[in-house]
Design a protein around this ligand. Structure first.
Ligand code: ADP
Ligand code: ZN
Ligand code: MG
Length: 484
């Protein structure tokens, strides 16, 4: 009986994310070394970032500004007084033996981000945002019997953005992370490049029976660097934790790793082996007291953020919420849309072309909107030719693809390929009569009331004219001549 009950028990997931975002500064957080990705190993290092004894770190003001900017954009309180802390642990990619991070006094706290899942809006709390330095990188592959250490990344500025345990499904977790990425890119504080590791996350997850208030014991899944991995790892972990509980076991607090090859999470270390970082205030850096005037200055320099832009796209252009959401999910995409509308395109028509044909072509060539060879005004020019009847809506699809491939304008393509729409009634009537004559049986059936044959006749005309006949004229003439 008890077992049956457990079998029927419904569980819900409780998830909180710790997202690491690399800040887009030119130089490192505590020294002047370059942050450029992909350079010769150890070519961007100095005594400060490789942890020589006796050196002193100096805070990069731009990094602090970026953290504040992010805090303001996510409704956080900016701490008037905050400081760095040493997080002590030993690892070859951390020659100092400690990472400079923030602990009890982070720069930002108590924020929130709005997410949209299946048309439902919800707010996800941000516990804190703190600054820290990245560690170096150990290289084990292709190095024979040795492992190498590359310290170019050591000291690169990071923000850690910690969410409240407000997320209830892998889909919400992904929506949250996507939204956060969008905001960071809008703000210009992070490039959002997940393949290069500019944005990665640790996902904390527990399950509990629906209706229960207390949280279950959580597991932390380390270092997820794609939305897919976040979703898959969390889905796997929900199933695993449920099974353990249903079989009468207990979840143990531990750190796990996602193995994308085999699609499972595996234990990395338990609570007993958990690091004791022995945090203490960083004695080499003075605490930060941020001037309120500077905070105001940053506040007034914030760009229009994705939520505000989405709402404006709905109210100003009359777009459906879903269209507005998609078009504002990337800043350059929203700008492409607005450029097209400003040069005279109808908002909904432009939105449809972007979300349909343009996205398809971009995806097929693995291009981003910034690499799009087709300019907004070229779409608008083409749309005008559809409106004034020069080309049909169907031919427009071919023309659009040609603009995309060749960069030529619609007018030139239409001339070159003879795609001008045939609207001349006399010319179309000749074709219509010819087709009716050649399909006498079908014409009889149509006259007898089989109206769905209209589609067949239209198809025949379009075939003969290679899609160039004006559909409205074709329809009118067919009706008239079939029934006469
Ligand atoms: P720790 O002390 O292990 O670092 P924190 O309380 O600082 O844990 O939380 C780390 C992250 O884990 C946060 O994102 C938080 O929202 C999330 N979290 C905390 N408790 C739970 C829980 N029971 N289930 C899922 N996530 C949780
Ligand atoms: Zn350096
Ligand atoms: Mg913690």
């Amino acid at each position: 009986m008890a077992n049956e009950e457990t079998g029927l028990m419904k569980y819900e997931a409780v998830i909180g994310l710790e997202v690491h975002a690399q800040m887009r500064t030119d130089t490192k957080i505590f020294c002047g070394c370059s942050t450029l990705f992909g350079s010769e190993p150890n070519s961007q290092t100095c005594p400060v970032c490789i942890g020589m004894p006796g050196v002193l770190p100096v805070l990069n003001k731009k990094a602090l500004g970026f953290a504040i900017r992010t805090g303001l954009a996510t409704d956080c309180t900016i701490s008037p007084y905050s400081r760095f802390a040493r997080k002590n642990y030993f690892y070859p990619d951390l020659p100092k033996g400690y990472q400079i991070s923030q602990y009890e006094l982070p720069i930002c706290e108590h924020g929130q981000i709005e997410i949209l899942v299946d048309g439902q809006a919800g707010k996800i709390g941000i516990t804190r945002i703190h600054m820290e330095e990245d560690a170096g990188k150990n290289i084990h592959e292709g190095t024979g019997d040795f492992s190498f250490v590359d310290l170019n990344r050591a000291g690169v500025p990071l923000m850690e953005i910690v969410s409240e345990p407000d997320l209830r499904s892998p889909q919400e977790a992904v929506a949250y992370m996507k939204k956060l990425r969008t905001i960071l890119i809008y703000l210009g504080v992070c490039d959002g490049n997940m393949e290069q590791g500019s944005l990665r996350c640790d996902a904390n997850i527990s399950v509990r029976p629906v209706g229960r208030q207390e949280f279950g014991v959580k597991v932390e899944i380390k270092n997820l660097n794609s939305f897919r991995f976040v979703e898959k790892a969390l889905e796997y972990e929900i199933k695993r934790q449920r099974k353990v509980i249903e079989e009468g076991g207990k979840i143990i607090q531990e750190t796990r790793l996602w193995d994308s090859g085999s699609g499972v999470t595996e234990s990395m270390r338990g609570k007993e082996e958990a690091h004791d970082y022995r945090y203490f205030p960083e004695p080499d850096l003075v605490p930060m007291t941020v001037d309120p005037a500077w905070i105001n200055e940053i506040q007034s320099s914030l760009p229009e953020l994705p939520d505000a832009k989405r709402e404006r796209f709905v109210s100003e252009y009359g777009l459906p919420e879903a269209d507005a959401d998609l078009l504002t999910s990337e800043k350059p995409l929203s700008e492409w849309f607005e450029d097209a509308v400003k040069t005279g395109g109808g908002p909904k028509t432009v939105a449809n072309w972007i979300m349909g044909d343009l996205m398809k072509l971009l995806n097929a060539e693995n291009k981003t909107i910034e690499e799009c060879p087709l300019q907004p005004h070229q779409l608008v020019d083409m749309l005008k030719l559809v409106e004034n009847g020069t080309i049909s809506g169907k031919i427009a699809k071919t023309v659009f693809e040609e603009i995309f491939r060749t960069g030529k304008n619609a007018g030139a393509i239409i001339q070159e390929q003879g795609l001008v729409q045939i609207s001349d009634a006399g010319e179309i009537e000749k074709i219509v009569d010819e087709i009716i004559a050649n399909h006498a049986k079908e014409a009889e059936r149509f006259k007898a009331g089989e109206e769905k044959l209209m589609g067949f006749f239209v198809g025949q005309v379009m075939k003969l004219t290679k899609g160039k006949a004006n559909p409205q004229v074709v329809n009118e003439l067919l009706k008239k001549n079939l029934l006469s």
